[in-house]
Structures are given as structure tokens and as C-alpha cells.
Design a protein around this ligand. Structure first.
Ligand SMILES: NC(=O)c1ccc[n+]([C@@H]2O[C@H](COP(=O)([O-])OP(=O)(O)OC[C@H]3O[C@@H](n4cnc5c(N)ncnc54)[C@H](O)[C@@H]3O)[C@@H](O)[C@H]2O)c1
Length: 355
């Protein structure tokens, strides 16, 4: 069966997508991932034994390595998720974001174009380059309104500016060279296997460790939250059925302030894992200096993907959050390995030195 390249398949969303595609599509999956601190092959434990799963530890900035992978596997498409993805890191060191998100996307586009231009019909017509992006490219909303496919770009952080640049490059490769692309822009994801620097896993793990729960500013910033497996299903649909040259906004219709997210999460933890000393985990909340340039509100109008492709989220915020809390409570090993360096030693044993 035809192969599909998934870049960043060892990351949080990429690993959910790889599992989803192996379970629900006929493709061979070639996971192309550099294995930065955020890429964790343990997130793909259940996939490694599948003969349809292939892994290549490759940097998307390495054109020669990409050319060799295209020649070897002759994919029918690419789903591109590899990126530096953490806003706070981008504020402190933007260089990696420029390199991977912009230069890496450019390099992957050029490798894909060189391969696609030599394809014969009908493979040439059927080929897709699906670029996975974020709603953060649209900037910040006030109390009203929602982002949609027609919203003008207004990125504010080094992360969102680098993702916006990559979105523009992908669309330019379609308009200039005819490369058959689709783009999706999604809201905040949460779920199992998210690196514990992101809000929800950070709060769960700090809470049970008895540590403070740091909330930026007054906690009034609003995000729209989507369970990761719902995003993976949307990506599968957009890749197969999205109209060439089109964009799809993906969101959970679940707007919550950061404060409400933390309070809800503490309520679930109080029930599933009561505090040793009694009382509520809410008592561990502390308010800290706000993130510079912190966007006030993001919200997505996912009407187009619902109407055109019949997608809607299956998890509510409450059901998804319960699943997520339960997963982190049950998977101490995954968390411990990511945090204590055992994971890095494992990487060195299996894949050579860590970048
Ligand atoms: N997490 C979210 O809420 C969210 C929301 C919307 C869109 N997105 C987008 O989805 C994609 C995946 O996000 P995530 O949260 O899973 O990220 P993640 O940080 O968990 O994973 C990123 C993956 O990319 C790999 N990678 C990084 N640089 C690479 C390079 N140069 N070459 C090859 N691989 C490299 C990492 O090793 C890692 O496995 C990103 O493009 C992100 O912008 C994320």
C-alpha cells in the first residue's frame, strides 16, 4: 500500500496521528522525526511492531536525507507536523523556531516538489502536502468574535510568527509551482503524552507533586481546547478529502480561561486522586508575572470542516480532561522517563547521540 510521510510523528499530536492512521487507514506510515527533547519514541510503543510502521531519525532541514526518503518510500503524501512548538521557549530562544519551522518547512517543500514534479499521473494529481498549523497565526481576539479561514494573519510571538511564515511558504508553493497542498489551523490541543511543559500536564504533575500551580497574570486568557484524538481524526479527513489549496480551521468549541482550566482540573484530581493532607488542589494555585505579549483570547469557528467534511469533536472538555488526568495518573513511567534523563539515555542507545 502507498506510504504517507508523517513529520514530527514522535511528538504529542504526531504520535496520536500515527496511531490513528495505523488503526484506521491502509497506508504505510513513515515517521520522520529528529527526536528533539519533545520527540519521544515511547509514545509510539504500540506501533513499533506493526510492519506498516517505519521510523527515520531525520532533521527536516536535511535535504539530502529527505530526498533519499522520498526515493526509497515513494509516498502518496506528506502530513507535516515537525516543529518547535512551545511559545515560552520561543520567547527565550527563537533561533530553533526559525530554523525548524521556517527553514525546515522550506526544505521539506523543496524535497516534496522535486519528487512530485517527476511523478506520472494519476499519482501526481493524487499527491497531497498537508501542513499542520495553529490558530495562533491569527493573533489575539477581544472578548467577541472567532477566527475562521478568512481571518487575516497577525502573529505576535516568535512561535506564531514562525508558523505563519511556514503557512505562507506552503501556500506560495501551491500558487507558484502547483504543489497540491492543504493547510489546517487548530486550537490548543490537550490529552495523553503531551510534554509536561504545556499547561495541562504541567498542572496535573505539579498538583500531585504538591508543588505550586503557576497561573500567568490573572488567569483570564482564553483558549479553545481540543482533545488530541479529535484533532488526529480531523487531520486524517483533511489529508484525504480536503480540497487542494484550501485551509480548514479546527477547534473544540470549548473556550475556557486558564483559571477555569486549572480549577476544573483540580476538581477532577480531588475526585480521582484526593490530596494526602486533605483539602483541594485549588489551594496550590499561585499567580505569577504574565507572559510577555500574552494573547488575550483565541477562539475558532470550525463551521467549514464540519459542513464540508462532516467532522466534529467527540470528546467534551470535561470528558477529555478526565481521560487526560486519568492517563497521567496511570503512566508514571512515561512521565518519569521524559523528566529524569532515562529517556535521553534510551535515545542514545537506540539512535546514537542526542542533538
Ligand atoms: N500542541 C498544540 O496545541 C498545537 C495546536 C495547533 C497546531 N499545532 C502544531 O502541530 C504540530 C505538532 O505539535 P505538537 O504539540 O505535537 O508538538 P511537539 O513539540 O510535541 O512535537 C514536535 C515533534 O517535531 C519533532 N521535530 C522538531 N524539530 C524537528 C526537525 N528539525 N526535524 C524533524 N523533527 C523535528 C520533535 O522531535 C517532536 O517529535 C506543530 O506543527 C504545531 O505547530 C500544535
Amino acid at each position: 500500500m502507498a506510504a504517507v510521510f508523517v513529520t514530527g510523528g514522535a511528538g504529542f499530536i504526531g504520535s496520536a496521528l500515527v496511531r490513528q492512521l495505523l488503526a484506521e487507514s491502509p497506508y504505510d506510515i513513515v515517521n520522520i522525526d529528529k527526536l528533539t527533547y519533545a520527540g519521544n519514541p515511547e509514545s509510539l510503543d504500540g506501533c513499533v511492531a506493526d510492519p506498516r510502521y517505519h521510523f527515520s531519525r531525520t532533521d527536516i532541514c536535511d535535504r539530502a536525507a529527505l530526498d533519499a526518503l522520498f526515493a526509497q518510500h515513494r509516498p502518496c503524501g506528506v502530513i507535516h507536523l515537525a516543529a518547535e512548538s512551545h511559545v515560552d521557549r520561543s520567547i527565550h530562544s527563537a533561533g530553533e523556531f526559525i530554523q525548524t519551522n521556517i527553514v525546515g518547512t522550506y526544505t521539506l517543500l523543496e524535497a516534496a516538489r522535486a519528487y512530485w514534479e517527476r511523478l506520472a499521473e494519476p499519482a501526481r494529481d493524487a499527491f497531497r502536502f498537508h501542513h499542520v498549523s495553529t490558530d495562533e497565526v491569527f493573533g489575539s481576539l477581544g472578548r467577541e468574535g472567532r477566527f475562521a479561514e478568512t481571518t487575516a494573519y497577525d502573529p505576535r510571538s516568535p512561535y506564531s510568527a514562525s508558523k505563519a511564515s511556514s503557512d505562507h511558504l506552503v501556500r506560495a508553493w501551491h500558487h507558484t509551482y502547483g504543489l497540491p497542498i492543504v493547510v489546517s489551523n487548530c486550537s490548543n490541543n490537550y490529552g495523553p503524552r503531551q510534554f509536561p511543559e504545556k499547561l495541562i500536564p504541567l498542572m496535573i504533575l505539579n498538583a500531585v507533586a504538591g508543588k505550586p500551580l503557576p497561573i500567568y497574570g490573572t488567569g483570564e486568557n482564553v483558549r479553545d481546547w481540543l482533545y488530541v484524538d479529535d484533532h488526529a481524526r480531523a487531520l486524517h479527513l483533511v489529508f484525504e478529502r480536503g480540497a487542494v489549496g484550501s485551509t480548514y480551521c479546527i477547534g473544540g468549541n470549548a473556550e475556557h480561561t486558564n483559571l477555569a482550566v486549572v480549577d476544573t482540573l483540580c476538581g477532577i484530581l480531588d475526585e480521582l486522586h484526593p490530596r494526602a493532607g486533605g483539602g483541594s488542589y485549588r489551594e496550590q494555585k499561585v499567580f505569577v508575572a504574565d507572559r510577555p505579549g500574552h494573547d488575550l483570547r483565541y477562539a475558532i469557528d470550525a463551521g467549514k470542516i464540519t459542513q464540508k467534511l462532516g467532522w466534529s469533536p467527540r470528546e467534551s472538555f470535561m470528558s477529555g480532561l478526565r481521560r487526560t488526568v486519568a492517563w497521567y495518573l496511570a503512566n508514571h513511567d512515561w512521565v518519569a522517563h521524559v523528566r529524569n534523563g532515562e529517556y535521553r539515555r534510551w535515545l542514545e542507545t537506540h539512535y546514537g547521540s542526542h542533538p
